[in-house]
Design a protein around this ligand. Structure first.
Ligand code: B12
Length: 233
């Protein structure tokens, strides 16, 4: 499987496609140094960082996940790939954040992964891309208690609560949080957007979420639309 991704030796100038393939390969192989070096190169080359994430690093963790599901990778290898992905995102983050300096905030968001769920790669991507697109983002991390989302939303006076869930068991927490908001008459005060691999538009509709997005890029437009709707209503 790795043979398909053939990257040139160091020292040679790589094309954009080669760089993207190299990023995926670094994540698949768990090569943190290379993953970070390529992130820095992308910044130096002024590449579109949204594209770098979606076409470079994300396919890498997806292949690692597939190898795990197929029994070819064991959990430690998957964890190493996940760590690589996070290290690369860490290298890109300051540059992503720079993109929205001096831009008027598009809105304030609190985001986290639901209690019982430690998956945070996708949530981190959504947080970084929203932040790069002018939103003020309060990131609560992973394994976040439902009560904490509401507490922070009130404290920080956010417009939008973003809930990530990667496990079918923690998706239920998304429904519970909306019920908690309803019980406290908070619906309308905060909009709720849900996401995560097992989450769908249908699930979002069923639980009464205000919004859903399939990935970090579509989350930006969905968040903008939601805030526009809230301001009108
Ligand atoms: C990497 C990974 C891990 C890593 C996580 C590292 C980390 N720090 O995040 C490790 C190895 C630790 C791990 C652990 C486990 N995992 Co895991 N993991 C994955 C894997 C392979 C990839 C997830 C990922 O990072 N994808 C890449 C990111 C970029 O994609 P994403 O998370 O989907 O996010 C995108 C969208 O969903 C969306 N999005 C995400 N959040 C949000 C939020 C909002 C508001 C919006 C709008 C959008 C949005 O935008 C993101 C960016 O585009 C998936 C398989 C898969 N294909 O999803 C399994 C998977 C999620 N894991 C699974 C399981 C079972 C586990 C474990 C229970 C395994 C175990 N036996 O211990 C534990 C969980 C422990 C716990 N309590 O949480 C199952 C879940 C099954 C289920 N249906 O419930 C999956 C589906 C694998 C499988 N097929 O069995 N895992």
């Amino acid at each position: 499987m790795f043979d398909e991704i053939n990257v040139k030796e160091k020292g040679e100038i790589m094309s954009k496609e080669e760089l993207l393939a190299g990023m995926a390969k670094a994540v698949i192989e768990g090569n943190k140094e290379e993953a970070v070096a390529l992130a820095k190169e992308a910044i130096a080359e002024k590449m579109d960082l949204n594209e770098v994430i979606e076409k470079g690093y994300v396919p890498g963790i997806q292949v690692a996940g597939k190898l795990w599901e197929e029994g070819e990778y064991f959990l430690p290898e998957l964890v190493t790939s996940a760590e690589c992905m996070k290290a690369a995102m860490g290298a890109l983050r300051p540059e992503l954040e720079k993109a929205h300096i001096d831009v008027k905030s598009a809105g304030k968001i609190v985001i986290g992964t639901i209690e019982g769920d430690i998956h945070d790669i996708g949530k981190n991507l959504v947080a970084s891309i929203l932040s790069a697109n002018g939103f003020d983002v309060v990131d609560l991390g992973a394994d976040v208690k439902l009560e904490k989302f509401i507490e922070k939303a009130e404290e920080e006076k956010v417009d939008l609560i973003c809930l990530s869930a990667l496990l079918t068991t923690t998706m239920i927490g998304q429904r519970k949080l909306i019920e908690m908001l309803k019980a406290r008459n908070f619906l309308g005060r905060f909009a709720v957007m849900v996401g995560g691999a097992p989450v769908s538009q249908k699930w979002a509709d069923d639980i009464g979420a205000d919004g859903y997005a399939e990935n970090a890029l579509t989350a930006v437009q969905a968040a903008k639309n939601l805030l526009k709707k809230m301001k009108k209503g």
